[in-house]
Write a protein that binds this ligand. Structure first.
Ligand code: ADP
Length: 357
């Protein structure tokens, strides 16, 4: 092993030890607010609450059983949109859906729709009659039934465990659930995200992260093949379809020369549907990006020759949710997600590294 590799492994070992002695409680700020939504709330009202509070997800509470009922995220709204596209004649029903009915919709994306075009509705009716039938039954059944168990972690468990559970379940955030001593009932303490954990690592472990001298190219960090991209003129629905089919949370927007112009993220869907008018989904990506909040931090880029150490410096200093890998002329080369970084930190050199998708 070369001295640089030895240093790199030493850095990783330091980070892993840090994650084993810290807990999710340590990541939480001293004072924070937590918005929890009742599972009986109408979906359209939940959208307004998220937008008004400047948040993109919230834990759900089942007040009938006094239980945590899962996390509401932009993926749920994307599922709803997929449902709406597959059953356009049921738009009135969509308006009446409550949050509790969202969980049953996880089936919807597995019935991919070919493309969103004028002829789509008829094509679906003719070609996919069987799928439609199965789906309708499942969603009807799902309304009013208890949601599935979701991944969560106790706030006092080591942070390493929270990260590992997130990576293995492909969740981008994990709820911290405690049991109240007196009532013996579940309490939602908070939710931690991959973003917050990486920020915590970046801010608190500089002596370790400065040892990570290998470049993005050398460690193969991120995805470089079969990249999914969008054009400014594509519709929001087309991009949503790509995100669902490929299970990704962002799509770089490029011009005809593959030069990166922007990134469309799953959370960009929320402003498009907040008015309840799903017609806005036929808007172009360019129009949808104009709806971003004024404080949108922008997109972050890096190059294949950048060291992991410098990526941690960017994470420390900025609100980074992913990095677009570009060349000197802004041509798209790859995408590095926060899960790619976290997976490398936790598992590189171990058996799990190859097995976690
Ligand atoms: P995260 O899991 O952190 O939310 P993503 O869902 O965007 O991030 O990424 C999941 C995986 O897909 C990662 O390995 C990432 O490198 C890859 N990926 C991200 N965006 C794209 C894209 N546009 N095309 C192909 N692969 C992507």
């Amino acid at each position: 092993m070369s001295p640089v590799d030895e240093e790199q492994m030493l850095g990783l070992k330091g980070l892993r030890e840090f994650l084993r002695v810290r807990t999710s409680y340590d990541v939480l700020p001293l004072s924070f607010r937590l918005i929890v939504l009742d599972n009986d709330l109408l979906i359209k009202k939940s959208l307004n609450i998220l937008v008004q509070n400047g948040i993109v997800s919230a834990p759900l509470w089942d007040s009938h059983n006094s239980r945590f009922a899962g996390l509401l995220t932009s993926t749920d709204y994307i599922n709803l949109i997929q449902y709406y596209c597959q059953f356009p004649d049921q738009v009135d029903k969509v308006e009446e859906f409550r949050l509790s009915s969202l969980r049953g919709m996880t089936l919807a994306p597995q019935v991919p729709y070919a493309s969103v075009s004028v002829g789509y509705q008829n094509k679906l009716k003719n070609d996919r009659a069987a799928d439609v039938l199965v789906l309708t039954t499942d969603i009807e059944k799902a309304i009013g039934v208890l949601p599935l168990e979701t991944v969560s972690v106790h706030p006092s468990e080591p942070l390493y465990e929270a990260c590992s559970r997130m990576l293995k379940s492909r969740a981008r955030r994990i709820p911290l659930i405690d049991i109240d001593d007196e009532t013996n009932r579940e309490t939602i303490v908070s939710v931690i995200t991959q973003y917050r954990i990486l920020k915590f690592i970046a801010v608190n472990t500089e002596p370790h992260t400065m040892l990570l001298k290998r470049t993005v190219r050398e460690i193969g960090l991120g995805t470089y093949k079969n990249l999914i991209t969008a054009k400014m003129s594509d519709t929001v629905l087309d991009v949503i379809n790509q995100m669902v089919v490929h299970n990704i949370s962002a799509v770089p927007v490029v011009d005809k020369n593959n030069v990166v112009l922007n990134v469309f993220e799953a959370v960009d869907v929320i402003p498009c549907i907040k008015s309840g008018v799903y017609d806005e989904l036929t808007f172009s990506v360019g129009e949808a990006l104009c709806k971003r909040a004024d404080d949108f931090p922008g997109i972050y880029t890096c190059q294949e020759d950048d060291r992991l150490e410098s990526i941690f410096t960017t994470l420390r200093q900025s609100r980074v949710h992913r990095l677009v890998v570009i060349d000197d002329n802004w041509h798209l080369k790859g995408m590095i997600s926060l899960s790619d970084i976290l997976k490398y930190v936790l598992f590189y050199g171990e058996e799990e590294y190859a097995t976690i998708a």
